[in-house]
Design a protein around this ligand. Structure first.
Ligand code: ATP
Ligand code: MG
Length: 364
């Protein structure tokens, strides 16, 4: 699955490699565009690190020459360095022989750079990996996102809002291998179209982490529902009724799309609607699917830091008119019974049905 995802990413960016090999817990990608490919692969879940490497034979002289060339291209004046070597297979030399010889050659040939060896805390490391007849030499390791390959878990329906939190929640679900189907509720006319644009741009950004998988977004018209809640139920319950309706529609989408759960960006106490008591009142609306909340224990600063890392933060903070349906004094400890009672007066079934019917699917 990981190999397939890697191939899809490289193909998508026109970096189609000459070969991909999977040997002994490592994946070797032969490409003429090493740095570019490495950079793109830092967005593939399941990869813990990527090292753009130069390949040569495991002949001692080739290894030494390649390592020296790399040091020449990368070691800065007056810096400290170390040479590390791992070796698998049978060779006429030991790893230590290689380290010593490469170190010596670097010191001699790059004397003018005034380099020093520091094996404990080097500023620069030349890494050499010798595997049977081949050797790989690199000085840089890019961190991958970790996690599991997208597609290794079933699909989840993600409530994506245009705000800061939900894209991060979506990303965390993808990180653990889920394919992600964003569902955006369009609150127009109680918000402006800028919010919709933000949600779609976020979806697009998130799909950069699951290249090769469908890039569809569900857009559910939700303004009419909101107006119904504002005018036909206690005002302080608007947000809870709104969210419960979102869950119900999300369940219909999950059913249709063969998803296994619903993901939201809710965190304990983040908004009035997200106190623990209110989350309980919300949960009851989702009858057949679990609601997963990857951010449950995150502080806002932690969520923001992740949003910046994954590239959605800049989109989230773009100016847009917030939802104007939110009451001034929302219920913070709504009793489930009170919420259900308010809903009894409404034709929820019809509201769900009409929302689903009016839903649009766009590819971003
Ligand atoms: P976010 O930053 O994700 O908008 P928030 O802290 O602003 O979260 P709420 O607006 O109460 O909190 O939303 C809580 C969660 O409900 C969101 O994280 C998202 O999963 C879902 N949600 C809220 N509004 C929408 C919307 N218009 N469309 C889809 N999902 C939404
Ligand atoms: Mg929000």
């Amino acid at each position: 699955m990981l190999l397939r995802n890697i191939r899809n990413v490289l193909k998508h960016y026109n970096l189609t490699p000459a070969a991909i090999e999977h040997k002994r817990g490592r994946i070797y990608i032969k490409t003429g565009k090493t740095l570019e490919a490495a950079e793109k692969l830092t967005r593939v879940f399941g990869i813990s690190s990527v090292s753009p490497a130069r390949r040569t034979t495991s002949e001692k002289k080739d290894v030494i020459k390649t390592a020296l060339d790399l040091a020449r291209a990368t070691a800065k004046n007056e810096s400290t360095f170390a040479v590390r070597c791992h070796r698998v297979g049978t060779h006429a030399y030991s790893s230590m022989d290689i380290c010593k010889e490469v170190g010596k050659q670097i010191l001699t040939n790059l004397k003018h750079r005034k380099l020093k060896v520091d094996l404990t805390n080097p500023q620069h490391t030349i890494s050499i990996e010798i595997r049977d007849a081949e050797a790989y030499v690199y000085s840089e390791t890019l961190q991958g996102p970790g996690g599991f390959p997208v597609g290794s878990q079933p699909k989840v329906v993600c409530l994506l809002s245009g705000g800061i939190d939900s894209p991060v929640a979506c990303w965390l679900a993808m990180k653990r291998g889920c394919t992600m189907l964003p569902v955006y509720f369009d609150n127009a006319p109680l918000t402006d179209e800028k919010t919709t644009a933000k949600a779609l741009d976020q979806a697009k950004k998130l799909f950069e982490w699951s290249i090769g998988y469908p890039q569809r977004v569900y857009i559910v018209p939700h303004g009419k529902n909101l107006e119904t809640f504002m005018h036909n139920a206690p005002r302080k319950l608007t947000c809870l009724l709104c969210k419960r309706m979102m869950y119900r529609v999300a369940e219909c989408v999950a059913e249709k799309e063969n998803a296994e759960g619903i993901v939201t960006g809710e965190a304990i106490g983040e908004q009035a609607s997200q106190t623990l008591t209110n989350l309980r009142a919300l949960n009851e609306a989702a009858r057949n699917y679990p609601v997963h909340r990857p951010l449950l224990g995150f502080d806002k600063t932690e969520t923001e830091a992740l949003a910046k890392k994954i590239g959605t933060y800049e989109i989230s903070i773009r100016k847009a008119k917030g939802c104007t349906a939110a009451p001034n004094q929302p219920a913070t400890e709504a009793k489930l019974e009170t919420v259900k009672k308010a809903e009894e007066k409404l034709d929820l079934e019809k509201m769900v049905e009409e929302s689903v019917k009016a839903t649009k699917i766009v590819t971003v």
